[in-house]
Write a protein that binds this ligand. Sequence first.
Ligand code: COA
Length: 261
Amino acid sequence: MSFHSGMLRDRVALVTGGSRGIGFGIANTLAELGACVAITGRDADTLSRAASDIASRDRKAMPIVADVRDFEAVVASVDAVVSAYGHLDIVIANAAGNFIVPSAEMSPNAWKSVVEIDLNGTFFYARAAYQHLKRSEYGGRFIAISTAKAREGWPGCAHAGAAKAGVYSLIRTLAAEWGSDDILCNTVSPGPVGDTDGAVRLYGDARRAEQEMGSIPLGRFATIADVANCVAFLCSDMASYVTGADLLVDGGRSCGRAMHR
Ligand code: COA
């Protein structure tokens, strides 16, 4: 067993929020390694452009419109993948919502909106995919994209921080409950990822970006590829004894070594 270019051949993967940013990067990488991918999101045009982009390189990609907050739509999206490809082996719960607003000014609806996307959406996909992942001949994989901030407080993003902390706990529960079904459940927790809309929104201000960068021992933000490669590892046979883990992809930021350059 070793790393090789077709290491996910014949596996079917569903990536939520797969039309843009980190989700698109993950879907593209899994497809490059041989998986048939389905990407979900809310906007049909963006999804179909992203799926065509992936498929243009002689890979299989399927766009599915589904809001992760709508359990019926979630079930329908999982069923559509299984109807099209015959099975489902990997789910990447990537879809997320976030914006900066101090807790004292956050409306209840703003809180609800982000918690529903980040936490409920992850549970809904786990719940809808379970029976299929259990039947996977490769061993099912359920991976949630979290954040290094799930282990700390996240001033300005209480909703996303709390939701991701919930995801952190949920995935560990699923790892324990589903280990005997040969479904491996893990989180991947990036620090700031430079080439995303989220980073522009959260660290767009040059002073804030510089301050954040100063806290990263490797001296740079992550790239989408840094995150996608770690996800690919967890999807592969090389990670067949890894479950209940959180793979930090934060350049050492959470080690707390402030670097002043
Ligand atoms: N600051 C403060 N409150 C905000 C806000 C912001 N930047 N953006 C949204 N809200 C509030 C809204 O005012 C609303 O609350 P209200 O009804 O009390 O006014 C509530 O959040 C829901 O907003 P709405 O736009 O209706 O939610 P939605 O369900 O359509 O979308 C998001 C929610 C998170 C997806 C949306 O805000 C968004 O597109 N964010 C950017 C994309 C994103 O988050 N990507 C992930 C990067 S990690």
